[in-house]
Design a protein around this ligand. Structure first.
Ligand code: SAH
Length: 235
């Protein structure tokens, strides 16, 4: 026969572990609500689907465990391999700029933690994302699968060439700073499609550019100064 004086403390232990977990989940939820209110809406983001996605995606799961308590701060955070997860506002801003909608197909260059890809996958039909650092791409892929994003594919490789098999795209989001706009990405944009890309020298202030394709015409507009990690190339 089992001894009740052992079962009761064990049950209490499990109950308190569950409630600590709940308190923590609640706490992250309220931090996320505050982030959306003070960093996203207060700064003029008004695209409904973007706001909803920023509210839904659990950003703390995309940062290394030791930085989880800082996940909802108003800044980028290191994710290893010298790379960063972008500041929440920048993620929302870039998302809103390409005006994604249900039914769209989007390409992201620079998977990193997978956070921007998850935000896009909440909004559109299909997301394709490319990461050049295998370890980052693989861990993002694992996490995104665990979170049941089955409308999303991760590829390890040099995003310079885009992803021809799935082109053309309604939108392309580049999250690393390139010296110039890669021509294959412009080619893989749909007629009427939009691309957002930071352009400029690495480790300096770059320009966030909005590229739009209308028939044969390509227009580029400089939106605001930003600082991103460099767009690197495979040797
Ligand atoms: N979107 C990411 C931000 C990651 S930082 C997030 O939400 O976390 C930019 C990422 O771009 C880095 O992980 C870097 O390794 C990757 N990168 C740089 N050059 C690349 C290239 N040519 N192709 C694909 N990924 C690239």
């Amino acid at each position: 026969m089992k001894k009740p004086y052992l079962i009761i403390p064990a049950a209490l232990l499990i109950l308190s572990a569950v409630s600590v977990f709940n308190v923590q989940a609640q706490d992250y939820r309220s931090q996320r609500e505050t982030m959306v209110r003070t960093q996203i809406r207060a700064r003029g983001i008004n695209h409904g689907p973007t706001i909803k996605a920023m509210r839904n995606v659990e950003r703390h799961l995309f940062v290394p465990a030791v930085r989880r308590n800082r996940a909802y701060e108003d800044n980028p955070l290191p994710i290893g391999h010298g790379q960063t997860i972008s500041q929440p506002f920048i993620v929302a801003y870039m998302t809103q700029l390409v005006n994604p909608g249900a039914g769209d197909k989007v390409l992201e260059i620079g998977t990193g933690s997978g956070y921007q890809a998850a935000i896009l996958a909440e909004i559109v039909d299909e997301v394709y994302t490319i990461e050049i650092i295998a370890e980052l791409g693989e861990s993002a892929q694992k996490l995104l699968k665990e979170l049941n994003y089955d409308n999303l594919e991760v590829k390890i490789g040099d995003g310079y060439y885009g992803w021809k098999e799935h082109a053309p795209f309604d939108a392309i989001v580049v999250t690393a700073a390139a010296e110039y706009i890669p021509p294959p990405l412009v080619e893989q944009l749909k007629d009427g499609g939009k691309m957002v890309i930071p352009v400029g020298s690495p480790f300096m202030v770059q320009n966030l550019m909005l590229v739009e394709k209308k028939g044969e015409r390509i227009t580029t507009r400089s939106i605001m100064p930003v600082t991103f990690v460099p767009f690197t190339r495979k040797e």
